[in-house]
Ligand binder design. Sequence first.
Ligand code: SAM
Length: 274
Amino acid sequence: MGTLYLVATPIGNLEDLSPRAVRILREARLIAAEDTRHTRALLNHFDLHTPLTSYFEHNKLSKLDAILAALSLGDVALVSDAGTPAINDPGYELVKAALQAGYAVSPIPGPSAPVAALAASGLPTDSFLYLGYLPRKSGERRAFVEKVLDAPYTLIFFETPHRLLEALSDLEAVLGDRQISIARELTKLHEQFVRGRISEVRAHFTETAPRGEFVLVVAGAAQAESLLWSEATLLAAIHQKIEAGQKTREIAAELAALSGWNKKEIYTLASQRR
Ligand code: SAM
């Protein structure tokens, strides 16, 4: 009896494929991949020659029997195009079917865009609610976000570049001008974090057209208030950064993401202390 391995693959940087993931991909009898061409490029890079079969959104149910048959003969590795399989990617139905048929299912952990974005967001990480893609249409999006208006957890969403500005408007309209951290192009050459209030981040992407892949991490309801630093704490941090030789603009941007204070307020306070 084989094991179904869920192998996380890089979300941009190929160095993020773990040595264990490489070994499992080499030793598996079969790799089930969301896009075989995409995965073949990854396998070529690591000089791996394991047979591949497709397992994607539209064949995921018809493929179950074939993959279970392969599992009866040996290990199968499931990969998606990027990140962790089954997290907004095909996998859930296969995991369920494999468990029902009595096979072991084992994760080979690694990159996952929502977790990477959360970890570096500067927002509370003790509890979070991952909600996948925001709905495409504004009305549905607002209704969707409304449901989590009072949720006291950090919220994580995916959004595409061409809907980012509209989505930020809707988030602000429903949730208020909360703290947000936008992770763009994680692990890639142009990795970027834009942190601040939703209105500030929207202003940024109005000036600089959004390109690439995005994860939105938004402060939860209870966090919006608890995030606000006292003035004394903020002044101490400003003082420390001035002493360290940082520019006023940098200080304002960095502390806005952490303190819950507005960038302009911090800029003014920092300028007065020079
Ligand atoms: N299973 C994947 C994972 O664990 O990361 C998520 C798959 S989901 C279909 C793809 C979405 O994840 C993209 O549209 C984007 O919102 C986000 N994403 C993937 N790679 C990213 C990256 N390098 N930087 C920022 N966001 C990324």
